[in-house]
Design a protein around this ligand. Structure first.
Ligand SMILES: Cc1cc2nc3c(=O)[nH]c(=O)nc-3n(C[C@H](O)[C@H](O)[C@H](O)COP(=O)(O)OP(=O)(O)OC[C@H]3O[C@@H](n4cnc5c(N)ncnc54)[C@H](O)[C@@H]3O)c2cc1C
Length: 511
């Protein structure tokens, strides 16, 4: 009898129909794990014509550029993206060295900067270092509020501004007014950098307590010399052909909160196709969920899950790649920062977005090595200013960037050869860039995000709708490794469900 049940459970596993919505890294990772574990009926349904989602490699002239994910954050043994990239031979030798893996940078690589002001001055490191150091210490301290369980300030932005004001009055009391003003403009610039790192409009939108939920891994961030999409291509080549249906947006997932029935989930596609399944793994971005949750689920998401979708932040961070015939920055420069001397001190929002959106661009990172990329800079701009930038023509963006560079360098002849920018906010299947913990968020919100439906209290068939994707990882949200781990996690949830299945849990039709 027991043997028969076991056999039945095994055949249930093999025959279980699993649909994954979204062919980004989390969907691919889930499919990989399930297929490897012996599930025969796994299918990915993807809205666009391509795999990879927010991993998207493009080109500017003859050069490879990353329109989406850029770095492996924390490339070391604990990072599965690093381990896979190493296994597939996708990394430069320096990234593989034990020294690189051991470097603990706490999420902020020690880049060599060039700093320019709006009056065309190039600053010395000594002019900016005190503010940079103070800012770095505050970021480190802010992580502690998570474990201390208190939020003495309204947001990360409020904390940083208040503490800089307090510490400046104490530590910089003998410094002259002009130098203090420069330091406060450095703080504005670093707040704009943090908006890009977090994908938020302002650091005033980022929760102080929850900021420390994000964990970094050791290792100096590295890139994929042949493009991040190499990782996608390698993973896809190991999946059975035909597993992905492209150009098939899912419109509604019908699940059951009340009854036990065979194939309890029905996935309704925009084109009209209806796919029945035992389980569906949803990997659509949080931005898409925020916009479409009310039509994407029938019945709708339970309130606690919906509130977490709303509370968690999902903002925009875009890149503007700019190519030049020759460099106008120092040979060793890795990042260029811009300080607006006409701005109020310590601001990370622009008052008149249409006229002054460019003020939100914190600066550029330099694509290295030069022998590989030539002279390409990558500009970074977050928030509503970035969303507005997406609506401009490429020509208008090029004009804005050219004026900016000419003004800050004092060199009116600098002319970019060409540019290319990302437009993640207006991407209908992403609706922004990545997740950050908004004000009032806690670990519970990320746990609610990953909770399957129906919830434990229901009598209906368990694990009908599962949730993966970067926004569901408790400490690596916003990253590729977080997304990948979330896909594995949900695959493992199904694998352990089927390995522990007991006769009482078999669907009614099978009893
Ligand atoms: C500008 C930018 C820079 C970044 N830089 C880094 C970095 O340097 N390092 C790093 O680790 N991370 C970075 N990230 C984040 C990283 O790219 C993401 O965390 C990760 O790729 C998300 O994977 P995912 O599978 O969760 O989602 P996605 O890759 O977004 O996949 C979701 C998929 O779902 C599809 N979809 C959406 N709606 C539907 C629907 N209705 N029906 C069917 N399919 C649908 C989408 O088309 C997409 O293919 C960056 C992201 C951006 C935007």
């Amino acid at each position: 009898m027991l043997c028969c049940d076991k056999e039945e459970a095994m055949s249930l596993k093999v025959n279980a129909k699993i649909v994954i919505v979204g062919c980004g890294i989390s969907g691919i990772a889930a499919a990989h794990r399930l297929v490897k574990a012996g599930f025969h009926h796994v299918r990915i349904v993807e809205a666009t014509a391509r795999s990879g989602g927010r991993i998207k490699t493009g080109s500017l002239g003859d050069n490879i550029i990353e329109i989406g994910a850029n770095w492996i954050h924390g490339p070391s043994e604990e990072n599965p993206v690093f381990c896979l990239a190493r296994q597939y031979g996708l990394l430069d030798p320096e990234a593989l060295t034990p020294e690189n893996q051991a470097m603990d940078i706490g999420g902020h690589p020690p880049w060599v900067p060039n700093v320019f002001t709006s009056s065309g001055r190039k600053l010395n490191i000594e002019d900016v270092a005190p503010a940079v150091e103070m800012f770095a210490e505050l970021l480190e301290q802010s992580s502690e509020f998570q474990s201390q369980g208190g939020e003495p300030y309204a947001s990360m932005g409020d904390f940083i501004r208040s503490e800089v004001r307090r510490q400046a009055a104490e530590k910089w009391k003998d410094v002259d007014a002009a130098a203090i003003s420069t330091r406060l403009h450095v703080v504005s610039n670093l707040l704009k950098v943090e908006c890009c790192v977090n994908g938020s409009h302002s650091m005033d939108d980022v929760g102080l307590g929850a900021f420390g939920l994000y964990k970094t891994l050791p290792g100096l961030d590295c890139t994929f010399p042949g493009g991040y999409e190499g990782l996608i291509k390698n993973l896809m080549s190991e999946l059975p052909g035909g597993l992905v249906t492209y150009n098939q947006p899912v419109q509604c997932v019908h699940w059951s909160n009340t009854e036990k029935r065979e194939n309890p989930v029905e996935i309704e596609c925009e084109a009209g196709e209806r796919i029945t399944a035992d389980h569906v793994i949803i990997t659509v971005p949080l931005g898409y969920l925020k916009k479409h949750h009310s039509t994407l689920f029938r019945p709708p998401l339970p309130l606690h899950k919906l509130h977490s979708v709303q509370r968690l932040g999902f903002g925009t961070n875009n890149k503007i790649f700019v190519e030049f015939d020759s460099p106008w920055w120092d040979a060793d420069c890795e990042v260029i920062y811009y300080l607006w001397e006409d701005e109020d001190a310590m601001v990370d929002q622009v008052p008149d977005i249409q006229r002054s959106w460019i003020k939100k661009l914190f600066g550029f990172t330099v694509l290295k090595p030069t022998e590989r990329y030539g002279h390409i800079l990558c500009g970074w701009i977050a928030g509503h200013e970035s969303e507005y930038m997406e609506t401009l023509s490429e020509q208008e963006v090029m004009q804005g960037v050219t004026q900016l560079i000419r003004r800050f360098t004092g060199n009116p002849t600098i002319t970019p050869r060409r540019i290319l920018r990302s437009q993640w906010f207006h991407d209908p299947w992403t609706c922004g860039s990545y997740t950050y913990p908004g004000r009032g968020c806690s670990l519970q919100d990320l746990e609610n995000m990953m909770e399957p439906l129906p919830t434990k209290t229901s009598q209906a068939q368990p694990l009908q709708v599962l949730f993966a994707g970067e926004a569901t990882h408790p400490c690596y949200y916003s990253t590729v490794h977080g997304a990948l781990l979330s896909g594995w996690r949900e695959a493992d949830r199904l694998i352990s469900h089927y390995s522990s299945i007991s006769p009482s849990e078999l669907p009614r039709s099978k009893l």
